[in-house]
Design a protein around this ligand. Structure first.
Ligand code: FE2
Length: 214
């Protein structure tokens, strides 16, 4: 084979390898923890879970506020306590959450960075207080458009004693007609079933979820 032909063949196979790797990555769920940050700026839908925490504010309180002034959105407040394996309240746990808007879309404002370009504008962080308490003030997400997927809020935790963050079971809603019956007892990830019993009070959905870590 001529030298130029060899170079062309090399370039072709390199491109093919890159393409295959990309497709394999895309098959991995966003919930699949990976161990290495694959890009410098986390600007990719398939990056490592650590990227959830790259753009968080330096100062966090125990309340996460996700702004949404759309008149069609319904306010939602979820609070609870995170407990350690030994059942003691867990202070200084960083909780990250993101979810769809009232239309079921991960809508964007255009100023999202890194991983949040994929998670959309409805995202935020908070850190449990000295009693392990957290609070999320947001809007109730809708099912993905034209699907029967349950309403859900994705969430990941970063605990002080462990550098490796992890996803917990999505927050879901007990009154959601799309919530499959067999999901009621499904404990697939840390944090139990994730199903929150919400009640509407003065126009705001209120719910409680305690998170017991194993
Ligand atoms: Fe989702």
């Amino acid at each position: 084979m001529k030298r130029s032909s060899k170079i062309i063949a090399l370039v072709f196979f390199s491109l093919l390898l890159t393409f295959c790797k990309k497709e394999t990555n895309r098959e991995i769920s966003l919930h699949e923890p990976t161990s290495v940050i694959q890009t410098d700026d986390c600007d990719d839908p398939d990056v490592a879970i650590e990227c959830c925490f790259v753009n968080m504010p330096k100062q966090l309180t125990s309340t996460m506020i996700i702004p949404d002034d759309d008149s069609k959105s319904e306010k939602l407040v979820i609070s609870g306590t995170i407990y350690k394996k030994d059942k003691k309240p867990y202070p200084d746990v960083i909780l990250y959450a993101y979810h769809t808007d009232y239309k079921g879309e991960y809508s964007k404002k255009g100023n999202e960075k890194g991983y949040q370009k994929w998670h959309g504008s409805h995202h935020g962080w908070c850190k449990t207080d000295k009693n392990g308490n957290y609070r999320i003030e947001t809007i109730r997400p809708a099912s993905y458009p034209k699907t029967t997927a349950p309403q859900h809020i994705h969430s990941a935790l970063k605990i002080p004693d462990n550098n490796k963050p992890f996803y917990i079971t999505d927050f879901m809603f007990k009154d959601d007609p799309n919530l499959p019956k067999n999901m009621q007892n499904k404990y697939s990830l840390q944090g139990g079933s994730g199903i929150v019993d919400v009640k509407k009070t003065d126009g705001v959905w209120i719910g409680k979820r305690d998170i017991h870590l194993k």
